[in-house]
Design a protein around this ligand. Structure first.
Ligand code: 13P
Ligand code: SF4
Length: 333
């Protein structure tokens, strides 16, 4: 169990390459507490044929220490669709684990903290979607993956922040209903001739950024490159140099190598990018997602030890939700 774990010579040797990367993030004494957890999680993964899917917003100890596949929501769904492991651990939030389960109904999908929700997923129910269908007859419904399985089941196709424009433009309709993120919908509206209807949902993390924040960064750090997530309000995105999903933002940094950069998104991502690119001068506004931060190494370890808590989705709901996810995966292939 977790409290019996010690920082032994074996643990120190096995985790040394990870600490070499993370030594700027964690003091030596902090690392001595983290390393035994990382060691034991990685041992249990082999024993149980488990894989850990870690979102870009996981803290560096999870992202670099135990994550097998790391990425944005689209990549995690694509990988989940091809998973061969017996057990999938979702280091992210509940809707991501549900997506993994829908794509792997025969496998054990673990969500280390079931309370890791999402303000977007909370903003809409399946009954709301049925009412929207009545209000907009014949208009296709594109649903952000940040939603429950029940909401996905009522939809025509899913999207993520990285493929939303592509999915909307691929639909054979001049009008589209995009739910539940009003800001992602407004962003897509600037990249399509179709008429987009939306819902009043928003991300409680990204809606905190303001255009004034960006203006201040530009004054303070002349020439700074501003990269923003499309869950930010439109007036924020207008001030940014580039808008993209979490992985698209990382790709931008890796391709263009800007000398000074600020990521207008959740703050663990800046930590992870800084680890991979110590040479970057990264300004780090800290907006934490409280849901993502519920997932910790001790909770991941406990879930692997006990194979709990498991995510379950009603098979009939899963079947219908899977159609929307599969359609997204086909359209973004
Ligand atoms: P990405 O798909 O860009 O990783 O976004 C997921 C998310 O929840 C952002 O808040
Ligand atoms: Fe949801 Fe926002 Fe947290 Fe992403 S950052 S999981 S959209 S609350």
């Amino acid at each position: 169990m977790t409290n019996q774990l010690a920082y032994t010579d074996d643990v120190a040797a096995a985790t040394a390459p990870i600490y070499e990367k993370l030594s700027e993030q964690y003091t030596e004494s902090h690392w001595k507490a983290l390393a035994p957890l990382i060691y034991e999680i990685n041992r249990l993964k082999k024993e149980k044929n488990a894989v850990i899917l870690a979102h870009n917003y996981m803290t560096p100890d999870i992202f670099y220490g135990v994550g097998d596949i790391v990425g944005d929501s689209l990549k995690l769904a694509q990988v989940a669709a091809e998973a061969e492991a017996d057990v999938i651990v979702q280091a992210g939030v509940h809707f991501m684990a549900e997506t993994a389960k829908i794509l792997n109904m025969d496998k054990v999908v673990l969500m280390p903290d079931m309370a890791a929700g999402c303000s977007l997923a909370e903003s809409i129910t399946a009954a709301d979607v049925r009412l929207l269908r009545e209000k907009y007859p014949g208009v296709p419904i594109v649903t952000y993956v940040n939603t429950s399985a029940e909401v996905k089941a009522e939809s025509d196709v899913c999207c993520t922040s990285s493929n939303a424009v592509k999915i909307v433009n691929a639909l054979d309709s001049d009008e589209v209903l995009m739910i539940p993120d009003q800001y992602l919908a407004e962003y897509v509206q600037t990249h399509t001739d179709k008429k987009i209807y939306t819902w009043k949902g928003s991300c409680e993390v990204h809606e905190r950024f303001t255009p004034e924040d960006i203006k201040k960064y530009r004054e303070q750090f002349p020439g700074i490159v501003v990269l923003a997530h499309p869950e930010c309000p439109q007036d924020v995105l207008k001030e940014a140099d580039y808008t993209g999903s979490t992985s698209q933002i990382i790709n931008y940094v890796e391709d263009k190598k800007p000398a000074n950069v600020v990521l207008i998104t959740e703050c663990s991502m800046s930590d992870n990018v800084q680890v991979a690119h110590p040479e970057l001068n990264l300004v780090r506004p800290c907006q934490l997602c409280p849901h993502m931060k519920r997932v910790t190494l001790p909770k991941i370890l406990k879930s692997l030890q006990t194979l709990e808590p498991q995510v379950h989705v009603d098979p009939e709901v899963a079947k219908r939700a899977r159609k929307s996810i599969d359609r997204m995966l086909e359209l973004s292939a």
